[in-house]
Design a protein around this ligand. Structure first.
Ligand SMILES: [Zn+2]
Length: 312
């Protein structure tokens, strides 16, 4: 029988999951709402229901489930598979022994990581990170997350919490952040921040039927305020990338998150600012868009499951 693993990407709003083979092919994919407000037990039950569905599908399709990988929002101790801290977006998740809970429920080996770490592993395995031995991934979404990947594996740091790029302070005394600091990078480079810039310029509601996408559509149609917003957002985003290039000297920077599907309309101004302002020895760090889109998290989680199996 063909061995497979289940890769699960648990975000604040959606759970994306796939049955993934050894080569990274997604044989079945599903999406479910997280409904985190219903609490820890309900969310664990929802994960178990997805696993049960995948099991049933595998049995009917002649597939042999060998393990599970989970990338979850929150700060994870990867060796223990424990969520050390999750924001109130996932009530009850802080302190959860997620690996243990899912191993008991499924009787399969489980690997658990932070969702941005999992996404970066996906990009390293089959996406934009493939050509690079050492790169960083920065995800621009509701917040800003990330990971450094070396030889295909995330750099977890001493406890598992490395990659908190969104909470680098880039503006001392700047905008208050939900982490308790002020001036954090994600207050300037997240999509939330992009939409706030637009709102401050009078672009909101009906002017942006597709949210951030509409800002790019307006700019390409010659709307000067929209172009100015993107220029400002690119500048903020570039400042953080310059900090990361200076401190980590990666071979490349992979930008993820739905906004990066705008491609060069966003990436070119960012690249230009990095070229102009980074120290000369760092200026040519390639900045590329993530390639796996929405699937990166579940594919990366699956890869972590495969890695756990091959390491015994
Ligand atoms: Zn912060």
């Amino acid at each position: 029988m063909r061995k497979v693993v289940f890769g699960i990407d648990l975000g604040g709003t959606h759970i994306k999951a796939g049955i993934v083979d050894r080569g990274g092919e997604v044989l079945k994919h599903t999406v479910a709402p997280t409904l985190a407000g219903q609490g820890r037990e309900a969310l664990l039950a929802r994960l178990c229901a997805i696993i049960a569905d995948f099991r049933a599908y595998s049995a009917s399709a002649g597939l042999l489930p060998a393990g599970i990988g989970v990338g979850t929002a929150g700060y994870v101790e990867p060796l223990k598979g424990r969520v050390a801290y999750a924001t109130p977006n996932l009530p009850g998740w802080t302190g959860l022994q997620l690996r243990e809970a899912l191993e008991q429920a499924s009787a399969l080996p489980v690997a658990v990581a932070n969702d941005a770490h999992a996404m970066a592993v996906g990009e390293a395995w089959l996406g934009a990170g493939r050509p690079y031995r050492d790169f960083i991934c920065v995800t621009l979404g509701t917040g800003v997350g990330g990971a450094r990947v070396i030889d295909g594996a995330p750099d977890y740091g001493s406890s598992g919490f490395a990659g908190g790029f969104g909470h680098m302070v880039i503006a001392w005394g700047g905008r208050p952040c939900n982490c308790g600091l002020s001036g954090c990078y994600e207050q300037y480079a997240s999509v939330t921040a992009l939409l706030r810039l637009a709102s401050e310029a009078g672009l909101r509601g009906e002017a942006l039927p597709d949210g951030a996408k509409s800002i790019f559509a307006l700019a390409s149609a010659g709307h000067p305020a929209a172009s100015a917003i993107i220029a400002q957002y690119a500048e903020y985003t570039a400042v953080g990338l310059i900090n990361l290039a200076h401190s980590l000297n990666p071979q490349a920077i992979v930008l993820g998150g739905a906004v990066t599907t705008q491609g060069d309309a966003l990436l070119e101004p960012i690249r230009r600012i990095v070229r102009e302002r980074a120290m000369p020895i760092y200026r040519d760090t390639p900045i590329v868009a993530a390639a796996l889109g929405n699937a990166a998290g579940e594919v990366g989680a699956a890869k972590l499951a495969w890695n756990r199996l091959s390491s015994g």
